[in-house]
Design a protein around this ligand. Structure first.
Ligand SMILES: [Zn+2]
Length: 96
C-alpha cells in the first residue's frame, strides 16, 4: 500500500486514526510490511505483501498472520481470539 493512503485509513470498527509501524518500505514509499494499530480498540492490522489486513475479526485467520508478527518481534496472545497486541506499541516506536 502507498504510504499516502495512511491518511485515508481509519479503524474499521471505531473509525479512529491508526498508528503505523513500518518494517519494510520501498523507495517510492510503498509499505510492504508493517502493522497498523488502533489506540482506541487496540486491534492490530498487519500489512503483509503490501496489503493491509483490515477484515472483520471473524474473517481473519490468526495462523496466517502470526509468522509475520513474530518476525517483526510483536507478541500475540494466541489463545485469545481478539486480534489485539499483547503489549501495545510504545509511542516512540511508532512511525509518523
Ligand atoms: Zn479501533
Amino acid at each position: 500500500m502507498k504510504r499516502s493512503l495512511l491518511d485515508r485509513l481509519c479503524c474499521p470498527f471505531d473509525k479512529n486514526e491508526l498508528n503505523v509501524q513500518v518494517f519494510h518500505e520501498t523507495e517510492d514509499q510503498v509499505i510492504i510490511e508493517g502493522v497498523l494499530t488502533c489506540s482506541c480498540c487496540e486491534r492490530y492490522f498487519p500489512i503483509i505483501y503490501g496489503i493491509p489486513i483490515m477484515t472483520p475479526d471473524q474473517y481473519r485467520e490468526k495462523s496466517l498472520e502470526i509468522s509475520s508478527m513474530k518476525r517483526w518481534g510483536l507478541e500475540l496472545d494466541v489463545d485469545r481470539d481478539s486480534f489485539r497486541l499483547e503489549k501495545p506499541l510504545a509511542q516512540k516506536e511508532l512511525g509518523e
